[in-house]
Design a protein around this ligand. Sequence first.
Ligand SMILES: Nc1ncnc2c1ncn2[C@@H]1O[C@H](COP(=O)(O)OP(=O)(O)O)[C@@H](O)[C@H]1O
Ligand SMILES: [Mg+2]
Length: 350
Amino acid sequence: MIRLEGITKSFAGKEGAVAALDGIDLTIARGEIFGIIGSSGAGKSTLVRLINLLERPDGGEVFVGGERVTDARGQRLRALRRSIGMVFQHFNLLSARTVAGNVAYPLELTGAYGRNEIAVRVAALLDRVGLSEHARKYPRQLSGGQKQRVGIARALACEPAVLLCDEATSALDPQTTGAVLDLLRQINRDLGVTVALITHEMDVIRRACDRVAVLDRGRVVEEGPVTRVFLHPRHAATLRLVREAEPDGGSLDAAAASDLGGRAVRLTFTGPAAHKPILGRIARENLVDYAILAGRVGHIRETPYAQFIVSLSGRDVAGAIAGLRASGVDVELQGVAPVPEIEERACHVV
Ligand SMILES: Nc1ncnc2c1ncn2[C@@H]1O[C@H](COP(=O)(O)OP(=O)(O)O)[C@@H](O)[C@H]1O
Ligand SMILES: [Mg+2]
């Protein structure tokens, strides 16, 4: 749906040009919810402005719906912009217009619809975002979450193929954030709209996205399915963002370093395995004890996960590791280079 190839973009700074984007290759598939995460200054908003063609790249190409749009102009540019709905952090509503008036605005701008048709469309849009009863209110009479629902209805007015959300939930409390993300997912499901969610919060990615790209200093440093990136981050920038989302930031790694004499392993249970009493059974069968050093449990979208760092000790640690793997648990040895299992077994004195 959206493809960026070798995108570079610099801005003039006090000490010469500053590279905001430094060779971005990215593909967002039709119909998915794609997350772009990065800390402040990583280049996220610049990327958004390039996708909706508010800004031109210094180098590289932008494709939307298979079409090269890097230097689209005039009529074509306007049509392209209409096919990309924007949702903003601070809502950007017109304070002098009612809720219905805000949603009608982009339809009025096209000049393509009569009064009645606009009214019908606006009513349907407000129904979709759950604001039918608030149509005649003004933005100042709404909560933050309601304002963002207006923003979403407005973004959908011209039936875009893509919804670009730049920090759309960053001004909202956690509960409202959840409700707005649920709404975006519902819209994605019902209308098939491709959604790009730009955020600095890993929780937003965890709750809403299919895939994610991690942006760090103008580069994509990591990309993949959210389950993989969230549970097994590879790049330091990703690890930082994951830790920020943890209640006790960083405990997983600190624990890895403080191996208590046993074999420290990181166990990841996902899906049905997260709810099964696998660890106790395997420990009993192999006469192994375990100390839990760190852990986190939760959901990635609907998928439950549990991840622990445990120190295994006792009779048959290698057997326990093999048993865990056979039960669908992902096992990563911590703090040492992986040792071939054969050797480990051979060391056992029974
Ligand atoms: N119009 C601009 N003029 C100068 N520098 C800019 C401009 N827009 C962005 N930058 C710089 O580009 C980098 C990335 O900014 P931005 O895309 O806003 O990051 P993010 O949205 O991830 O916080 C920053 O260093 C920022 O200062
Ligand atoms: Mg930004």
